[in-house]
Structure formats: C-alpha cells, structure tokens
Design a protein around this ligand. Structure first.
Ligand code: GDP
Length: 483
C-alpha cells in the first residue's frame, strides 16, 4: 500500500526520532506509523529534553487518568469546596479542554492546553461530547485522554462563561483573591472576547495561585503559546524543550494529532490518486470570511496574481508561443495543485485556465480539490473528518499558499513545517497589493493576545519584549507569533 508514496524508498524512523512512544498497537492507528512515509525527512530535530518530558507526562497520565484512584479522589473534591478550605493538592491535577469553534481553532487550542499541562504538570482531559474521537487517535499509551461522561461538572460545562462565579477573571474582578481559600475548580475564559482580568492568566503571580487548584476547565479559540513564552517562570523550561523556537506547534502537533483510520484513509486515497506522481505539489488554502461562502472575483485574481508573481505557478503562454511550448520533446514537469476551499469555483477556474492555454514553461498543471462542502458544518462527523483530511493533505505539500488569519491554514503550515505564502486580507472587496507575502515562520499566530503587561496595567507592545515573539505578518497590530 505504500507503493505510491514518494518518500517510501528508504526505511524511515516512524517514531519521529523518539517523539512518539513505541507503546502502541500499530493497527489501531495507522497514521501514527505511516505518516513518515508521506513526508520528507524532517529537518527539525526533537530535543532530548522534550522526549523525556513527554515520556514522563505519559507515565503521569497513566497514573492519574480516568479510572484511576487518583482520578476518583480528585473528582470527588468537586462540589465540596466549603469542607476543604485548606485544600492540599493531591498528586494529580487536571486541565479540561472544551471543544468550541471550528476544527482549526480546536487543534490550536488543544496544542496550547497540552503545552500548558506539560509545563505545570497537569493532566489534559478532553471533552468527548463533540466528535473528537472520530478525528484523532488516543495520543497517550495506557490511559484515555477523554474526560469521562460522568465527570461531576459535565452538566454545567456548556454554560460556563464570564458570569460563572468560578470564572477566574470574574473572581479577580469582583474581589482580591484569598490565596488561603483554594477552590476545587476554576473556569478559564480564554476566548477572543476576554477581558483584562481573564488575560491575567498568563502572568507569573496569578499562576502561583492557579497552580494550587486541582481542576481547571478552559474554553479557548486562541493559540496562546506565545504568551506562555513571555512568562518568566515558563521561559527557561520552554527554551530547553524547544531550542528552535519556531518549531513548537510542529513538534506538538506531530506528537498529539494522529488522524483516525477513517480520516487517514481519506488522506492516503487522495494522496495516492492525485498527488503522489507529481514532481512538485503546491497547496492553496482559500478561506473567505463571510457569511455565505460566495465566490469573489477579487479573491480569484489575488490567487492568480500571487502564484504567478511568486513563481509558484506558470503563466499561460502567449498565442504566438503556443506551438513552440507544445513542441517541447523532453518529459514535461508535472505540478499538482491541491486546492482547499468551501467553494468549488476557485479550483474550477484554475483548472479551466490551465486547460484552455498551455503554460509558458511547458509544465503540466493538475488541479485537485478534494471536498466542496459549501457551508461550514462544524460538529457534523463527516464534514469535520473531511476538514481534517484536507488540513493534513495541505501539510504534505512542498509549497503552501494560505489565507490570512485562518486557523485552518495555520494547522496545515505548522504540521507540515512550511513557511507559507500568505494571501493578505482584502480590503473593500479589492485584490490587495501585494497580493501575498512569505511568512517569517511556520508557527501559528496568536490572534488577540493580551496588550498589557502583568505588573502595570498600562498597555505595552508585547511584540517588543523578547526578540523571538513578534507581530504576525497577517495581523500586524493585533497578533503575536514565535519566530
Ligand atoms: P478558520 O475559521 O479559518 O480559522 O478555521 P476553522 O477550522 O476553525 O473553522 C472553519 C471550518 O469551516 C473548518 O473547520 C471546516 O469545518 C470548514 N472549512 C473551512 N475551509 C474549509 C476547507 O477548505 N475545506 C473543508 N473541508 N472545510 C473547510
């Protein structure tokens, strides 16, 4: 079955240099072992420190995860806050991730919450009521990462918001926190509409209180890892874990996100049928943020102008050159273009363009768009599976064009280790000039980061604190990314 894969010639280290544990049964999750056959050898080494931290985490997860005595004891504490004024934290502390917003958002926040768990020695558990287990294999050996359905707060989680008395930002807002009364749980509101008080979560002083709370429940749609690097108590550890700072999502994603066999089947069938024979694969991710996923001519023009200007795709030959380019005798290069979009018309137009006229270089251009879903249908199983398969396919390309501020594109670029060409956000329905620019790193952008320091409330430029956290190319004023 690997016969068609481009990179299957040499035996490959399918545990990614120790990033993945050998303690899994291969058949249950083929993507974990086969993905290296579809990728170029990684130029980014995993640090030994990260490997040992992950193995320690796996042991802790086994000891504290669902079904263990530690889990039962910790879950029983919930709802008994008044009897436990002088709570001592047991061996196991937890952070619960709740699925909100689209799949790209979910993947970025899962990675962020997992890194926070690694740094603070908590166990990550994920709310399984949405379709997470149809998308990803279990990442940790020996125990599940799914939050048991009988978790005591399960009935309330959906209604957690800034009004909830145990919302950390709300507690800070209402009264000074009494550090002797440790609650059994806190709700962390890390969504784009968060207040200054919610953002205090990222500060060193606040972390020493939060650290004592056995259960944290988070709702987030933000890739908040850059702000963890700005907290001095995490920074030293982060530098040891990720000596190359722009590889954080890359390594975490390759460790955590292994598509289920169903999704992996979609990935490999697409790849083997349409992409594997190409000399080069270009990915183009088209995301238009509007209520209807209408076709816009200025976006089509932007795609053509960007790909031709950046020499990612050839221009059409002029009429008088036509017979010349058609006469080339040597085997022409085959370039496959994988387009992903909710709308089918961008790829249809590209396909027509390269059918109607030959290319100036004589290259053969093949255009392929796997799904044409038209509308976002988050939480519908097959729709989400297709979205994941497409993000994954984009990550297998050689060069990638993405749409500005789309977490769907961020996942693809991060997983693939690709610095994308970013299609800038059009203003007033016009093609921007320049239409696109090269990203400075493969890391996702933290959209909407805190714009204030921890001690003084006054606004500071958080992109000027350390050289490796900067503004994003696609959101120059209000985004932070690792470079
Ligand atoms: P973002 O909104 O671009 O940041 O990305 P999200 O992934 O969080 O949310 C967009 C959702 O719309 C995706 O998860 C999919 O459900 C759907 N979607 C958007 N673009 C595409 C696409 O190119 N292909 C597929 N299959 N689904 C898409």
């Amino acid at each position: 079955i690997y016969g068609l894969s481009k990179y299957s010639v040499k035996p490959r280290d399918n545990l990614l240099g120790g990033l993945l544990t050998a303690d899994f049964d291969q058949g249950s999750c083929l993507s974990r072992y086969q993905s290296s056959l579809y990728r170029k050898p990684s130029p980014y080494k995993t640090s030994e420190y990260l490997v040992s931290k992950l193995r320690n985490y796996e042991m802790l997860h086994k000891r504290c995860g669902p079904g263990t005595d530690s889990y039962k004891r910790a879950a029983e504490q919930i709802g008994h806050d008044h009897e436990n004024r002088n709570r001592t934290v047991g061996e196991c502390k937890y952070i619960v991730w709740v699925a909100v917003y689209g799949l790209g958002n979910r993947i970025l926040t899962l990675a962020s919450v997992f890194l926070y768990a690694l740094l603070t020695e908590r166990i990550i558990l994920v709310d399984q009521r949405k379709d997470i287990s149809d998308l990803f294999c279990e990442p940790f050996p020996g125990n599940s990462w799914l939050l048991p359905l009988d978790f005591p707060l399960m009935g309330q989680i959906n209604s957690f918001n800034q009004e909830y008395p145990c919302c950390y930002g709300t507690m800070l807002k209402n009264h000074p926190i009494n550090s002797n009364a440790i609650p059994s749980h806190l709700y962390l509101h890390l969504l784009h509409d968060y207040r200054d008080q919610d953002k205090m979560f990222f500060c060193q002083k606040e972390q020493s209180f939060i650290n004592k709370v056995p259960w944290l429940v988070v709702k987030s749609n933000l890739y908040f890892i850059p702000s963890l690097w700005l907290n001095p108590s995490f920074q030293t550890e982060l530098i040891k874990l990720f000596p190359q700072k722009d590889t954080v999502f890359y390594h975490l994603a390759r460790y955590l996100f292994h598509p289920t066999n169903q999704v992996w089947g979609m990935v490999t069938r697409s790849y083997n049928a349409y992409l594997s024979r190409a000399d080069e694969i270009l990915g183009i991710q088209v995301r238009v943020f509007s209520r209807q996923t209408k076709y816009f001519q200025h976006v089509m023009d932007q795609i053509v102008s960007c790909t031709q200007r950046e020499k990612l795709l050839p221009e059409a030959a002029a009429a008088q050159e036509e017979s010349q380019v058609m006469n080339v005798s040597k085997t022409p290069k085959l370039k496959a273009v994988l387009v992903t979009s909710l709308n089918p018309d961008y790829s249809n137009n590209l396909k027509n363009m390269y059918w109607e006229r030959p290319t100036s270089t004589g290259e053969i251009i093949e255009i392929y768009q796997p799904s044409k879903e038209r509308i976002q249908q988050t939480d519908k199983k097959l729709h989400d599976q297709k979205a994941l398969a497409e993000m994954y396919l984009l990550s297998l390309t050689d060069k990638l064009v993405t749409s500005a501020t789309s977490t769907f594109g961020y996942v693809a670029q991060g997983l693939g280790g690709l610095k994308p060409w970013i299609l800038y956000t059009p203003k007033k329905f016009k093609t921007p000039d320049p239409p696109c620019g090269r990203g400075v790193s493969m890391e996702p952008c933290f959209l909407n980061p805190p714009a204030h320091g921890c001690e003084a409330k006054k606004r500071i430029n958080t992109a000027k604190i350390v050289p490796f956290v900067r503004h994003c190319e696609d959101l120059k004023k209000n985004g932070l990314k690792l470079v």
